[in-house]
Design a protein around this ligand. Structure first.
Ligand SMILES: [Zn+2]
Length: 291
């Protein structure tokens, strides 16, 4: 499933290739692709035809593209996209053959590259929703701002983390505290900060919280620079290219391989019905809390 850096890679592609262009035609090839557009596929098509997609924004794993009317006035709506498990937003030349799992196609009045929504497992989706100008659609407003967002508040995050009585990995995965960090980037961030995932957050020092936030930021930033992590062949950017970050993973999926810092074999432990990977030397388990 694409995590935050992968969705940000797609956002940048949309910003570069789609923003500022006016939709000529929309085809919906599968009803599930627009199931979140409650008025139905025909209404979805009408809501986009002739409108200009002005920009590409992201909150967590959602993307939204504000729309303007044919006369240039803000339409008060935006196209919202979620990639789900396997969704791809591809910018392709009209002559490029359609993929097997093409769910929707957008052509533009400039006659250039098309935008194609391809989704093998159909968990992703597109909808047109109310949005005030460039502001976030209300349905997405509750999603926490993530560390790649310019308006992320570092001090508020640190304070909120230390106030919680929970385990640090659980806190990182809590989307109301920090958006967009999934299992892979949580493990990589904890390794960078030399913290075991079961450390209690209320006993972290200010310096440890700062190290953790540095870890989250650096791992997300580097993953983004590598074009994201390719978990399988389904994750690609708008030009169909896979990311390279999987080559740089220090602990995630690296069981029995040497820790890049100290050489100790990486271990896998079960956590929240998933696997956690860590270095037993660099990230010792916390001592049991005395009550
Ligand atoms: Zn180590």
């Amino acid at each position: 499933m694409p995590e935050l850096p992968e969705v940000e890679v797609v956002r940048r592609g949309l910003e570069r290739w789609v923003a500022g262009r006016t939709v000529a035609t929309v085809e919906v090839h599968h009803p599930r692709a627009v199931r979140r557009h409650l008025e139905g596929a025909e209404h979805f098509v009408q809501a986009l035809t002739g409108r200009t997609l002005t920009a590409a924004h992201r909150r967590g794993k959602y993307l939204w593209l504000p729309l303007t009317e044919p006369d240039g006035a803000p339409s008060g709506r935006a196209m919202v996209a979620h990639l789900g498990m396997s969704g791809q937003l591809l910018v392709e030349k009209p002559a490029q053959p359609d993929g097997t799992h093409l769910r929707a196609r957008f052509t533009f009045t400039d006659g250039g590259r098309e935008l194609r929504f391809v989704d093998q497992r159909t968990f992703g989706g597109l909808a047109v929703e109310d949005a005030d100008g460039e502001r976030i659609p209300s349905r997405l407003a509750h999603i926490a701002i993530d560390p790649l967002d310019p308006s992320f508040d570092e001090d508020a995050f640190s304070a909120a983390l230390r106030r919680r009585r929970t385990e640090v990995k659980r806190a990182l995965l809590d989307q109301t505290l920090v958006g967009g960090v999934g299992n892979i980037y949580a493990d990589e961030s904890l390794w960078r900060a030399r913290l075991h995932g079961t450390r209690p957050t209320d006993r972290l020092t200010r310096a440890q919280v700062a190290d953790l936030l540095d870890g989250v930021r650096s791992v997300l930033g580097e993953a983004l620079a590598q074009g994201g992590t390719s978990f399988d062949s389904l994750y690609v950017d708008v030009n169909g290219q896979s990311g390279y970050f999987s080559r740089f993973l220090a602990v995630y999926g690296q069981v029995d391989r040497p820790c890049p810092r100290c050489g100790t074999p990486i271990v896998r432990e079960s956590f929240m019905n998933r696997s956690s990977y860590s270095c037993p030397q660099c990230q010792p388990r916390p001592r049991a809390r005395r009550s």
